[in-house]
Design a binder for this molecule. Structure first.
Ligand SMILES: NC(=O)CCC(=O)C(=O)O
Length: 271
């Protein structure tokens, strides 16, 4: 893999509520379509909680125990097709608790990183059913430094900034972000890209779940804040090449990381 270029594909899919079998079948179909395209993607990304959707009242019974089904499926798919995958996030059961967890697999099928959402979204009752993670989502795929955050996490600029300071050049964001907050979704993602001078690759689901409508509009944004690809409101695969040299170029042109004054940003009562 040429480390200065990365072909990414975003799988903007619908999610069947509370039906992991149907969702695994849909993921398999879309993954096969994505890897069959030319140019073949280096990295694929799926949306948030794609295995169960927000079937929170049944989540303990539906969640993937230690992610075993997910890990087995992606280990084989990645190895067979020689592709890296940010396996969205899934509902993962661990030690009796359920987490909203990203797994990242490299092209040999190795699990290279996992990240459980650290900010639970109360408007969708996450805090009543899920346990928050307690570490950041850092990963390296084929020499490319990246970070991962999940949906509501993008409202926390400190997290994206910390990942950028730790070396991330690309931020991957699986999401289930619904109407009526399209304006927030687009603006926050663009801001995270511009302020951190990094690529943002965000995959949102489409479809309706109960009374909640998910609008898609997955986005691939460059470190200058330009939108390279944006989804519609239907299932589709978006593919774009990221030129990673642009990150360093923009960071040299406007050196925000050198110009930071962190000693002036701390509140005296900061936790
Ligand atoms: N699944 C989520 O975290 C949704 C976040 C969201 O919709 C927001 O407005 O924030």
């Amino acid at each position: 893999m040429d480390r200065s270029k990365l072909n990414v594909s975003v799988l903007q899919m619908d999610v069947a509520i509370g039906d992991p079998d149907a969702n695994f079948a849909a993921v398999k179909r879309m993954l096969k379509e994505a890897v069959g395209r030319e140019p073949k993607p280096d990295v694929l990304i799926l949306p948030e909680m794609w295995n169960t959707g927000y079937a929170l009242d049944r989540i303990t019974e539906l969640a993937d125990e230690n992610g075993e089904r997910t890990k087995a499926f992606f280990a084989e798919f990645c190895r067979t097709h020689q592709v890296n995958i940010i396996a969205g996030s899934i509902a993962e059961k661990r030690d009796g608790d359920v987490y909203n967890t990203i797994y990242a697999f490299d092209r040999e099928g190795r699990l290279v990183s996992d990240y459980s959402k650290i900010h639970l979204f109360r408007l969708m009752d996450e805090e009543k059913y899920l346990k928050a993670g307690d570490k950041r989502g850092r990963l390296e795929l084929g020499g490319v430094q990246a970070g991962a955050m999940i949906c509501y996490d993008i409202r926390f600029p400190e997290l994206a900034r910390t990942l950028a300071l730790e070396g991330a050049h690309v931020l991957f964001v699986p999401a289930e972000w619904p109407n009526p907050r399209l304006h927030h979704w687009r603006t926050l993602l663009m801001a995270r890209a511009i302020e951190n001078q990094m690529y943002v690759v965000a995959c949102n689901r489409v479809g309706i779940s109960g009374t909640t409508e998910f609008f898609g509009h997955s986005l691939i944004i460059d470190p200058w804040g330009e939108i390279l690809a944006e989804g519609g409101e239907w299932e589709e695969i978006l593919t774009t090449e990221l030129d990673l040299e642009l990150v360093e170029g923009i960071r040299r042109q406007i050196p925000v990381f050198e110009d930071r004054r962190p000693s002036l940003y701390r509140q005296s009562d900061e936790g």
